[in-house]
Design a protein around this ligand. Sequence first.
Ligand code: HEC
Length: 147
Amino acid sequence: MNYMQYAKLTHHQNNYTVKKYLVSLSMLAILAACGGNEEKKETATAETTTTAAADDLSSNPDYVKGLELIGKSDCLTCHKVGDKLIGPSYKEVAEKYENTEENVTMLAGKIIKGGQGVWGSVPMTAHPTISEDDAKAMVKYIMLLKK
Ligand code: HEC
C-alpha cells in the first residue's frame, strides 16, 4: 500500500471533521508533491528523446552550454522543450525563427528585457541579471531544437 492509498483509507475511516480537514490538507500536499515530480520526469523524458533523435546534440558545445544556463535560471518554470506551458515550447520557438545572428541577438534581447505579444498576451518576465552572452547561448541551444 502506498502513502496515497493509506491517506485515502484514513480519510474514509475518519468521522471527525477536524481530522478530515487535516487529512485533506496533507492529501493536498501529497498531490502537489506528486504533480511536481511528474512534471520534472516529463521534462527529463522530453530532453532525452530530443537528444537521441537529433544526431548527438549532446556533444554539441552550444547545446550543452545553453542547456546548462537554462537549467540554472528560471526558464523551465514557464517553458518546456516539447509542450506549451506558460510560454511557448522551445521547439515552437525554434521552428518560428531562422537561426541567424540577427534573430539570436533579437531573442537574447527579449530574454533580458522581457517580451509580450508574439505568442499571446502573457508576458515573459525580464531577466536583467543575465548577460547578453549567456542569453545568446540560451537562444543558440533553443535554435538547435529545430526538427
Ligand atoms: C514567467 C514565465 C517565463 C519565464 C520565467 C521565462 N519565459 Fe520565456 N516566454 C514566456 C512567455 C509568456 C513568452 C511569450 C512572450 C510573447 O508572446 O511575446 C516567452 C517567450 C520566449 C521566447 C520567444 C520570444 C519571442 O519573441 O518569440 C524565448 C526565446 C524565451 N521565452 C526564452 C526564455 C528563456 C531562455 C528563459 C530563462 C532565462 C525564459 N524564457 C524565461 C514566459 C517566460
